[in-house]
Design a protein around this ligand. Structure first.
Ligand code: IPE
Ligand code: IPE
Ligand code: MG
Length: 246
């Protein structure tokens, strides 16, 4: 039986975020260089994008490169950027055929011009697609995002556009890179690590966390289904009592 049949389509997470981790270890296990792991990780990206769209998940956010990842060896960073360009080129048709909109969050100005250009092109070409929003977190760090938000709001206060008393959660939401996205319902991290690594700190306040030992290049549609089934078994209380919910 397909695990997919155990998913309640009426109770799908509206926003799934994934920390795609374990490419390097996957390659090492095979006696290969890290780049081989990154290359194979793109197959898993296709799997989760397809599976999410097929199910009807409206928002999928993938952590592809963190602000801290800039500190990796130069060659690895270069390989990752090249892979990004080739994947964007290759996948634009799939995105169009499946009516998927691509967006990006992060300090995108730090990306090499070629990546920036390719990314802008795909974002522009897919901006009116409506089946699912696929967000790539690139050069993304939650603390950097929050700093940026504080600066933008402070400037508006300084210029009398916003009064300090008017600052509320919705104003903060509007100034985050994730501005139009709902809060994360389900956060998945692969490779056995159980940490957040500076990802969406504000947006995961009430997300259900799901950790799996599976290394990212081995992650398939079935693994995504497993995570969603587990998510659907959880009781999300948002501070209330169980009795209040029923
Ligand atoms: C995730 O895999 C990809 C990125 C962070 C870009 P890693 O490259 O972190 O793989 P491990 O954690 O070293 O196995
Ligand atoms: C988190 O993975 C970032 C991405 C998946 C893009 P890392 O491999 O960089 O995280 P740490 O360093 O193990 O926390
Ligand atoms: Mg890692």
């Amino acid at each position: 039986m397909d695990l997919k049949d155990n998913i309640l389509l009426k109770a799908l997470p509206q926003h799934i975020a994934i920390i795609m981790d374990g490419n390097g270890r996957w390659a090492k296990q095979k006696g290969m260089i890290r780049a081989f792991g990154h290359e194979n990780g793109t197959k898993s990206v296709r799997q989760v994008v397809e599976a999410s769209a097929e199910l009807g998940v409206p928002n999928l956010t993938l952590y592809a490169f963190s602000t801290e990842n800039w500190n990796r060896p130069k060659l690895e960073v270069k390989t990752l950027m090249k892979l990004l360009i080739s994947s964007l080129k290759k996948e634009i048709k799939t995105l169009q055929d499946n009516n998927i909109r691509l967006t990006a969050i992060g300090n995108l100005n730090l990306l090499p011009p070629k990546v920036h250009k390719e990314l802008s092109e795909v974002m522009m070409a897919t901006q009116n697609n409506s089946r699912m929003t696929l967000t790539l977190a690139l050069s993304y760090g939650s603390r950097e995002e929050l700093l940026n938000t504080v600066k933008e709001i402070s400037n508006k206060v300084k210029n009398n556009i916003i009064s300090p008393e008017a600052i509320d959660e919705s104003i903060i939401n509007k100034h985050l890179y994730t501005q139009n996205l709902p809060d994360v319902d389900l956060l998945i991290r692969t490779s056995g690590e159980q940490r957040i690594s500076n990802f969406l700190l504000w947006q995961i306040a009430y997300a259900e966390l799901y950790f799996t030992e599976v290394l990212w290049p081995d992650f398939t549609k079935q693994d995504l289904y497993k995570a969603i089934i587990e998510y659907q078994k959880r009781e999300r209380r948002f501070g209330k009592t169980s009795e209040q919910l029923s």
